[in-house]
Design a protein around this ligand. Structure first.
Ligand code: ACM
Length: 753
């Protein structure tokens, strides 16, 4: 008997020793905690872990237990109490979102003031766990974290009007942003192309405004525009909205519904023509853009919008209603006798005053319901509604003006927060609206504009990433565009600016991506993308250098036009460029190509590397390559003007002077202009060329199509300096996108041959 006992004991010991426990995850939390100290040892999480805590925190405890069960097949119970996880309220903590997380060998202790703080502790804790589990015990690294956010408003937006997404997808989106400690979901529910929230008092919103007859295919700039001929639409029922609001609240996400007014309202006017200024019947819009059909500031409209707000406030318990306010053309108001009379009656200055009257009146109503309004920065025009929060999107200016007037502001500038822009220069990127916003630029964002004093910067609540879905038909595409840029923004908003470090962030992102994969999130991965740069070495020789954002891979390249393979040249140092060359390169791990192919043709024409001067600077948003980009031998993208090869000038006439060092024979001068009229970009109508002191010659430009080629064929011209005058297209005709404003000019490489 004794021997048997001994044998069993031995067996037990043996199985315990050989039992496989995965090594703990190296802490790689995103957003980076304020304070984190890794200590000795591991905590073992298993079915024998006892989870307990303050009753007020039970919603978070339930959430965590359910997470463990669903994702890791761990169901803690109180029978064994081998280890313990304790959630407690700490009255000494004074920020609702703050938490302390202490992990020692026998206990995980989570302290917070509120359930919200405890929820953020759990999100950090989850990031210390594996994404899947085949063992009975999970080792968690012992450590100490004290953490709270830098900004109180941490938002992600989603436009469900241009394209609509299922309830289950909205929940998935909320899950991911909650895991990044975002606290706000801005739900863009109404647009020209569709009304997506059920309003029971107005059934035609569901019957008519929720559906469009067809949808634009391809890019808005494609000529001719084409349509799919398929009816598209839908809306969220009030029951579905309640379900989503509840789901979000369990994840401490407040939903801000956006009901657009007075612009972007063509769908509602299609359902109820009396809301417009002419009463004419219009269609729900089938393509993108800004439309003249806007609400008329009539009593009929105010009654309608107040009724809508009555139903909206019942559905959304949060503090804010977003009333839009952006991109409201005033054409209809200018031509309306009623509007002109109203301007006089209310002693307003002009149509901007009328917009201000519109917004202030709706603000008063919404305030009377106990809610605050948020509006896009155009609500500053004509005078700001007294209690409004400004969402600054056209740049930082709206935020600066708002904060200086002591209004709360939220930053969401095009330059750093528009996740509908391209994120890679690769030609194979899926179609996007335009622009260029790579991950690194998002990460570099500072939501406090430099122009604000310390006192004024207190009005900056935070920032938000915007996901406009004109070019995102599917959930997979939304995920591709939103992530990882929303991950970078999460760290911008939560972590201390002095702790920000992009290299470190990328390493943590590699781990976070596994979490996204396990949740089947189709994130974009450009971490190994190769980029190239043409420069001169100290001997003034042209060299092309290659680099990738992440170091632990090999870059391989070819110079003969073939795609790189695992046998191609390994990049170790900048490549000599002595002749016109096509470079193709990609990142490899062993035999596996892990990036897209980077491709560049370097055309060694006569101006490459010479001196160039410009009469005006390009706009700072479209000046990535600097003036040298015009004569660096590399042409811009055929699809996009936001790369570092195109230069963009807003409204200016431009004179370019190229100095060729010595008298040179010139047979041809070529360049290209971008002509994306939907983005206010127009090729010039003509240009002039002047060689040294000779008379200038003027050439007409046929500005058809998206890319306009220009070539001046010359018969043995000789010159040292070439002066090219490019007059701006001028004012965009009324009725077009940007009508009334001067056009942009985008210029590509100037090839001197
Ligand atoms: C906006 O992007 N029109 C706010």
């Amino acid at each position: 008997m004794k021997i048997l006992k001994y044998f069993i004991l031995l067996l037990l010991t043996f199985t315990q020793c050989t039992k496989k426990i995965e090594k703990p995850f190296q802490p790689s939390i995103i957003p980076l905690p304020n304070f984190q100290n890794i200590t000795e040892g591991v905590f073992l999480l298993s079915n024998n872990t006892h989870i307990t805590g303050n009753q007020e925190l039970s919603v978070v405890i339930d959430y965590f237990e359910s997470y463990l069960k669903t994702n890791l097949r761990i169901s803690p119970n109180s029978l064994q109490k081998k280890t313990q996880i304790l959630f407690s309220i700490d009255e000494e903590i004074n920020n609702d979102e703050e938490y302390h997380l202490s992990i020692t060998k026998n206990e995980i202790r989570i302290q917070s003031k509120t359930a919200k703080g405890a929820f953020y502790a759990v999100q950090s804790l989850i990031q210390l766990l594996p994404t899947k589990n085949d063992t009975k015990e999970i080792a968690i690294q012992c450590l100490e974290i004290k953490d709270k956010p830098e900004f109180a408003y941490r938002g992600m937006h989603l436009d469900v009007a241009r394209h609509m997404f299922s309830v289950s997808f909205i929940k998935k989106y909320i899950d991911v942003i909650a895991s990044l400690k975002y606290n706000t979901f801005h739900w863009h529910l109404t647009e020209d192309q569709g009304w997506r929230i059920e309003i029971k008092k107005y059934p035609k919103l569901q019957e008519i405004a929720a559906f469009r007859d067809e949808t634009l295919i391809g890019h808005y700039n494609d000529q001719p525009q084409q349509f799919d001929g398929k009816k598209y639409g839908g809306y969220y029922t009030q029951e579905e909205i309640k379900e989503i609001v509840q789901y979000a609240s369990e994840r401490f996400i407040e939903i801000i519904p956006e009901i657009e007014m007075p612009g972007h309202s063509q769908a509602a006017i299609a359902a109820y023509p009396e809301l417009g200024c002419t009463g004419e019947k219009v269609e729900v819009a089938t393509k993108w853009g800004v439309f003249d059909e806007v609400y008329c500031p009539s009593e009929t409209t105010f009654k309608f919008l107040e009724d809508v707000i009555d139903e909206v406030v019942e559905l959304f318990p949060g503090k804010y209603i977003h009333i839009g306010g952006d991109e409201t053309p005033k054409t209809k108001w200018k031509n309306s006798a009623f509007c002109q009379e109203l301007i006089k009656e209310k002693d307003l200055k002009d149509e901007n005053g009328l917009q201000s009257y519109f917004i202030s009146r709706m603000e008063k109503y919404i305030n009377s319901k106990g809610k605050q309004i948020i509006g896009w920065d155009e609500i500053l025009e004509g005078g700001l509604a007294p209690n409004a929060t400004i969402m600054s999107w056209r740049g930082n200016e709206g935020a600066i003006t708002g904060a200086k007037e002591h209004h709360n502001v939220i930053l969401t500038p095009l330059s750093h927060c528009y996740f509908d822009y391209y994120q890679s220069e690769n030609e194979n990127e899926p179609l996007a609206i335009g622009g260029f916003l790579p991950l690194k630029k998002v990460y570099s964002f500072n939501p406090i504009p430099e122009e604000l004093t310390k006192e004024e910067s207190k009005y900056v609540l935070g920032a938000q990433g915007n996901v406009w879905t004109e070019y995102m038909k599917t959930p997979e595409k939304v995920e591709y565009m939103a992530f990882p840029r929303a991950i970078a923004l999460a760290e911008v908003l939560w972590s201390k600016p002095e702790h920000k470090n992009f290299e470190d962030f990328k390493n943590r992102l590699l781990q976070f991506q596994d979490r996204l994969t396990s949740k089947k999130v189709n994130f974009a991965n450009h971490l190994y993308e190769v980029s190239g740069n043409l420069g001169r070495n100290e001997d003034n020789k042209l060299m092309y250098s290659l680099s990738s954002a992440t170091k632990d891979a090999q870059i391989r390249y070819t110079l003969n036009g073939n795609n790189p393979t695992e046998n191609s040249n390994v990049y170790t140092k900048p490549i000599d460029i002595n002749e016109t060359t096509t470079i193709k390169a990609a990142s490899f791990k062993g035999q596996n190509q892990i990036s897209n192919i980077h491709q560049n043709r370097i055309n060694l024409h006569k101006a490459v590397g010479k001196n160039i001067t410009l009469s005006v600077d390009p706009n700072e948003s479209y000046n990535a390559g600097g003036k040298q980009a015009l004569i660096n031998g590399i042409s811009g993208s055929n699809k996009r003007y936001g790369d570092k090869e195109w230069l963009g000038f807003f409204g200016d006439d431009v004179t370019i002077t190229i100095d060729l060092d010595s008298i040179t024979t010139i047979n041809s001068i070529r360049t290209r202009f971008y002509n994306g009229n939907g983005q206010w970009i127009y090729a010039p109508k003509k240009l002039s060329i002047k060689f040294d002191d000779t008379e200038k010659q003027t050439f007409n430009i046929n500005n058809d199509g998206l890319l306009v080629d220009f070539q001046a064929k010359l018969k043995n011209a000789k010159a040292k300096t070439i002066k090219i005058e490019i007059p701006n297209f001028g004012v965009i005709p009324k009725g077009r996108q940007g009508g009334g404003y001067r056009a942009w000019t985008f210029i590509d490489e100037i090839l001197i041959e």
